[in-house]
Write a protein that binds this ligand. Structure first.
Ligand code: SAM
Length: 278
């Protein structure tokens, strides 16, 4: 219900709704010094309500454990948001390492430039005004956007909670671009909502995870705001998104979204897919 109400506001208004809602917390945390020096105030974290720092450090550990991330790695963060993936990497990448991130929301990119790139020059953020009906009211078509990086230039990548907000023609194009810019053997993390033929939204208790609108190989949660949440069918992910683009899945951690029940505080609700360029 709350989610529906939130989506009823245009993207520019959603910023103010969040800002006002979290204002007391932000004032308190600012005044008591309770916030990590590189953590944005809650009211401007437009990228989700989970625990910002816990999620960031979890992804760093997964990149090291499953994707051979090294302190000298060159890493691409697609949909870099307001720095959640970048922040822990500032403690890990050394001067031979490099981080590139891009996003369609200027507020996030500006915050990252001001707070991260100013202290860590090997971190570079770009604002690219592409359309996404959850985050913006205008912009160029993501399905034809060429990533501004050379072929085979990254060892690693993260696409965290981004393809869950993009429609198939966009995700398909992004996967081919991702494959182009990753080095052979390059690895990374991509999160999705993945369902199979047995999926039935009526059996899912939590309204937050019911994808009711079925379009054969993908499902939407909200017809009016298409990018609000998008789920992809298992076969489509495997054949069209991965295999066709020279990518393979090397590991998966299933999210708890189909049950709606979190087992541990640190569990992901989205499915986390670890990929490798073949
Ligand atoms: C849920 S947020 C996740 C942000 C970040 N990856 C994180 O984990 O905190 C989704 C992000 O995807 C970005 N986004 C949406 N469409 C995009 C596109 N076509 N290209 C790049 N980023 C996009 C949004 O602006 C937003 O920052």
């Amino acid at each position: 219900m709350l989610r529906n109400l939130f989506y009823a506001f245009p993207p520019s208004m959603r910023y103010w709704v969040r800002r006002i809602y979290y204002l007391p917390t932000d004032i308190y945390e600012g005044a008591t010094g309770k916030r990590h020096p590189l953590q944005p105030p809650k009211g401007i974290i437009y990228t989700g309500s989970g625990d910002y720092l816990k999620e960031s450090y979890k992804r760093l550990e997964q990149l090291k454990k499953h994707c051979e991330l090294k302190s000298s790695s060159h890493i691409l963060d697609i949909g870099s948001g307001i720095g959640r993936i970048a922040v822990p990497l500032t403690e890990y990448l050394d001067h031979s390492g490099k981080y590139e991130g891009f996003d369609v929301v200027k507020l996030g990119v500006d915050w990252c430039k001001k707070n991260i790139s100013s202290q860590f020059p090997q971190f570079n953020f770009r604002y690219i005004p592409l359309m996404n009906d959850l985050y913006r009211s205008d912009g160029a078509d993501p399905a034809t956007f060429r990533f501004p990086y050379d072929d085979n230039s990254f060892d690693s990548c993260v696409v965290n909670s981004v393809f869950t907000h993009m429609v198939p023609e966009e995700v398909s194009h992004y996967m081919s671009e991702l494959s182009r810019v990753l080095k052979k053997g390059g690895k990374g993390i991509v999160t999705f909502f993945i369902y199979d033929d047995n999926y039935n939204p009526d059996t899912i208790k939590s309204y937050d995870f019911q994808f009711r609108y079925d379009y054969e190989h993908y499902r939407l949660m909200d017809k009016k705001v298409k990018s609000a949440n998008v789920a992809y069918k298992e076969n489509y992910l495997k054949n069209e998104l991965l295999q066709k683009n020279g990518l393979k899945e090397i590991k998966r951690i299933n999210g708890f979204w189909p049950t709606g029940k979190r087992r541990h505080e640190i569990d992901d609700f989205q499915d986390v897919v670890f990929i490798e360029k073949t």
